[in-house]
Write a protein that binds this ligand. Structure first.
Ligand code: PLP
Length: 388
């Protein structure tokens, strides 16, 4: 069977491959600690679940406008205006089932076949996929460990050319936990303004920061008219399975993205949207509590990793991932990740699940209990000792 060119290069997210391997071992009776999948280990907060259940019980179970219900677009506009210190209108907000549609659909609306799109590597695998499906040419820019995994700006400058249509940013970052400094965002914003380039800024981890808020390129002069923010509820509110996210973008682009949603997904589940209003407008103390818990886990994990001979790990500033350097072992990252799963029963991801420049690193998700993190560290230490 002949498939369309746009799907020929697609590959699944690496996390699914590792999860499947780990589950095979579990079926054979092995005890596995799961540090591969990037999702909170806490259930959705009770007030949010209740709002969703109440909406179903009240019969709020029908189609909604494709771009989202008025109440939710309003709540997102208010929340985002406050977060960014700007006046964002409901007309700038498009709701979708998860944050992924706010990556995919603006890309489909803006990128023409042959256009180049610069994206972070290592980076979230959907970036490369959406560029390919749009017929664009994916141009990876390496992240540099010395700069806390911010863009390698010299490489960025070299990669820019007259075909560059869009730049994808992700700060705080999956998989590195890095937060881009304001100076790097200003550098990229200057290039975007000069060359008339769009920026797609994936800020799904914007609430998950440890020391100070992450800056957003959207707030820099002249950037709101050429930036799309992708954000969502999955990580902050433990709502990965509800499927709820949104994009913030200029009104005219929002209209085009609305049409793409209208003809593909139709609309986001009505009761999920009702739960989203409660997430944003209800009590926020759970979010603060889980962030202090993640900080405790981060500090424990990073200090433990740095005590293992051969590993070195920077302290992530956001999200819930550690990205230790494994270069001293002289093994490919995918080999080491497989070895750690088989030998130690710890599932984690090779940096190369996030692109070629992820070689030399592993990604460890620390949204897991302190007990499991402690056992994982002990097992990792013994397994890696054998390679020395
Ligand atoms: N962007 C990044 C950087 C992510 O890590 C994820 C999920 O892992 C997403 C987007 C997608 O989020 P959602 O599950 O809400 O579609």
């Amino acid at each position: 069977m002949e498939f369309a060119e746009r799907v020929l290069e697609l590959e699944p997210e690496g996390a699914y491959y590792m999860l499947a391997r780990a589950q095979e071992l579990e079926a054979e009776g092995r005890d596995i600690i799961h540090l591969e999948i990037g999702q909170p280990d806490t259930p959705t907060y009770a007030n949010i679940s209740k709002a969703g259940i109440h909406a179903i019980q009240e019969g709020f179970t029908r189609y909604t406008p494709s771009a989202g219900i008025k109440d939710l677009r309003g709540a997102i506009a208010r929340y985002s205006s406050q977060r960014l210190g700007l006046d964002i209108k409901p007309a700038n907000v498009v709701v979708g089932p998860g944050a992924k549609p706010a990556l995919f659909f603006p890309t489909l609306a803006l990128v023409q076949p042959g256009d180049e799109v610069i994206y972070p590597n290592p980076g979230f695998p959907t970036y490369e996929a959406m560029i390919q499906v749009a017929g664009g040419f994916p141009v990876p820019v390496p992240l540099s460990e010395e700069d806390d995994f911010s863009f390698d700006l010299a490489a960025f400058d070299r990669l820019l050319n007259e075909r560059t249509r869009m730049v994808v940013l992700n700060s705080p970052s999956n998989p590195t936990g890095g937060v881009m400094p304001l100076s790097a965002l200003e550098h990229i914003a200057n290039a975007a303004r000069e060359r008339d380039i769009w920026v797609l800024s994936d800020e799904i981890y914007s609430r998950m920061v440890f020391d100070k808020p992450a800056d957003s390129i959207y707030t820099l002069p002249g950037m709101a008219e050429r930036t799309i923010i992708c954000d969502g509820f999955s990580k902050t509110y433990s709502m990965t399975g509800w499927r709820l996210g949104y994009g913030i973008m200029p009104e005219s682009l929002a209209g085009r993205v609305d049409l793409l949603l209208n003809h593909s997904i139709g609309c986001t589940a009505s009761f999920t949207q009702a739960a989203g209003v409660e997430a944003l407008e209800g009590p926020q103390d759970h979010v603060d509590a889980i962030m202090s818990e993640y900080r405790r886990r981060r500090d424990f994990l990073v200090s433990g990793l740095n005590q293992i001979p051969g590993l070195s790990c920077r302290t992530p500033q956001g999200a819930f991932y550690a990205f230790p350097n494994i270069i001293s072992f002289g093994k490919p990252a995918h080999w080491l990740a497989d070895y750690i799963l088989d030998e130690a029963g710890v599932a984690l991801l090779p940096g190369t699940s996030f692109g070629e420049y992820g070689e030399g690193y592993l990604r460890i998700c620390f949204a897991n209990s302190m007990e499991n993190l402690e056992i994982a560290l002990q097992r990792l230490s013994s397994a890696l000792e054998k390679l020395k």
